[in-house]
Design a protein around this ligand. Structure first.
Ligand code: XMP
Length: 311
């Protein structure tokens, strides 16, 4: 903790030196890295930081609300909140193919962020990013392109500000805690950029997306309450229905799949043996509380052959 405080003081001074009286733009997803960078920059330069949170309508339950609550209400950040739900879902109507969905979501994200950047463009000279050390190592190794920078328009002339780029994930978490971020944000499980979009299988519809969001919240709440440490744990809702019986009447509703995995390197992953009573409790709650879901399954497939996500 003392080291974390020293790091924060040192980086805040370095950032003030780098930025002067200019403004900085940050895409604030609600993920660990961007949240910690935002909190650090708020401490260093206050309202000179402009955070943009784009809600693509594919966030988990309560997630955008938490970003607003923590950053706007508690940390008094200069936060631009963009509810782009209709835009994203409009583009995704009838799109079934997973990679096509990813491309649309990624491209639309850049477009929305670019629009916001242009609105404040003249005053802003810096772009802050939650780049961490493994990102740099991986792009040097050619394992994957460093995605933080990619895709931003060339004519937006930003200089980069990357205050946690020499830290590993666990160190970023320590710094985040020291900066007063809530535990649920600091310990947030990895969540794909396309969000619930790749867990609402096939062509996304609003009613099925809503059922997924509710079921996913129950899975997370029950596993958190059980005090388990699992790498990723979430719900998936496929685009077909199954027969059931509810209050003496035939039901024809969606199934829901629980996906839990543990991993070290994400290249391979194991499925934890969840307690039977916990699985039954999650099943009882989802089928009782989510109106359009009538069955619950547990995915037993390790990676390989199954990937973490279903799409
Ligand atoms: P898979 O499904 O490939 O997932 O075994 C490995 C890890 O990557 C995450 N993931 C994504 N993250 N954009 C992201 O930012 C994506 O399109 C995407 N697809 C998968 C997944 O959650 C897991 O942690």
């Amino acid at each position: 903790p003392e080291l974390a405080q020293a790091f924060i003081d040192e980086q805040a001074a370095a950032v003030r030196e780098q930025i002067g009286d200019k403004k900085v733009l940050l895409a604030l997803s609600g993920g660990v890295d961007s949240s910690v960078v935002a909190a650090l920059l708020i401490k260093a330069i206050g309202k000179q930081l402009i955070c943009v949170h784009v809600n693509h309508g594919l966030m988990r339950k309560g997630e955008s609300e938490q970003v607003i609550d923590v950053f706007k209400n508690q940390l008094d950040a200069n936060l631009v909140y963009v509810d782009a739900t209709d835009r994203f879902l409009g583009k995704l109507v009838d799109v079934e193919e997973p990679e096509a969905k990813r491309k649309i979501i990624g491209a639309e994200f850049i477009r929305v962020f670019e629009e916001e950047a242009r609105k404040v463009g003249n005053e802003v000279s810096f772009l802050a990013q939650g780049t961490i050390y493994p990102d740099i190592l991986e792009s040097q190794d050619g394992v994957k392109a460093h995605h933080n920078v990619g895709g931003l328009p060339d004519d937006l002339q930003f200089e980069l500000c990357e205050p946690v780029k020499l830290l590993y994930k666990d160190e970023v978490r320590v710094v985040g805690r020291k900066l007063g971020l809530p535990e649920s944000m600091v310990e947030r499980q990895p969540f794909p950029g396309p969000g619930l979009g790749v867990r609402c299988l096939g062509a996304i519809t609003r009613d099925r997306l809503e059922a997924l969001r509710e079921a996913d919240a129950i899975v997370r709440e029950e596993i958190d309450n059980a005090g388990l440490t699992i790498w990723q744990y979430f719900a998936v809702v496929p685009d077909f229905r199954a027969t059931g019986v509810r209050e003496g009447k035939r039901a024809y509703d969606w199934p829901c799949i629980i996906r839990c995995i543990n991993t070290v390197d994400v290249m391979t992953a194991e499925v934890p043996e969840l307690d039977w009573a916990l699985l039954k409790r999650i099943t009882a709650r989802i089928t009782a509380e989510v109106p359009r879901i009538c069955r619950v399954c547990y995915d037993l497939t390790p990676k390989p052959v199954g990937t973490v996500e279903w799409e």
